[in-house]
Design a protein around this ligand. Sequence first.
Ligand code: CP
Length: 328
Amino acid sequence: MTSQQPTGDMTGLPPENTWRRKDLLNTDTLTHQEVELVLETAEAMREVRGRPMNKVATLRGTTVVTLFYEQSTRTRASFEMAGKALGADVINISASGSSVEKGESLIDTVRTLESIGADLVVMRHPEAGAPYLAARHTSASIINGGDGQHAHPTQALLDLFTMRSHIGDVTGKRVVIVGDIRHSRVARSNAWLLMAQGAEVVLCGPRTLLPRTTPGAHEGSGCEMTTDLDAALKGADVVMALRMQKERQQAGLIPSLREYARGYQLNDERVARAKAGALVMHPGPMNAGVEVTTSVANSAVSVIEEQVTNGVAVRMALLYLMSAGGRR
Ligand code: CP
């Protein structure tokens, strides 16, 4: 990674590297250069966050709206923090308490936000595809902060940034993602991004929580899928656990959280099957003692808190690159 330092206006970035994409909807269409640009810019943003005066005025006059139709702590708070760290005005809107409750459509909502001056809208929605619809009806840039079970691109980018901080280039590295793969937008966006980066991606979980086909399968480059966690962990450089939603038990897809933990929880013994020093990750929110034991979550190889911290730098990079300033 280069060590470009953001200046007051951040013109330190080479002009040929400027971002051209209006929206960020998923990781599957990102080019290698775009991913590198985000990660390099995030590195510079991390340096800004480490300064005693950890704010710049680069996005002064830019308005960022977080529009959340679903609960969030990390994504929403880190985008707010990122916007403020860059000097942007940040407006937070939740579906509850907004005119959405009076029946306003998504299209009318994003057009209204554009009319009040929103430049970037970070959106989370329970329906897959909602940010794509919004992006077609506004000139504001839409950033997908998670849509249904489809995609969560900024989580995947911050996960890759965190991995690279520890293990460098992920080409040829074995990354095991374990849990409710079938319903996980995090797994999908990570799989696309990591495969494009040349990583060996293994998706693991109970049969009822695995998808019928893997991301990339139709292109003949699907990742490995298995129910056998102990075998999957052999030689792993990274293991990422996903949140187990209680609804899956109610839907009869797992017998109980206790049974799930018996087969798929990351404990000391299982982590020892991976390579020495293999990273343990979790996008959060985490169910204490279900997906990962407290001992593993607090161990030296756990980067779970670092993922959250890096989320601010990666989201600063995206806001910067996607703002008019970043795209000029
Ligand atoms: N990882 C993640 O998206 O967390 P939040 O739901 O808290 O935003």
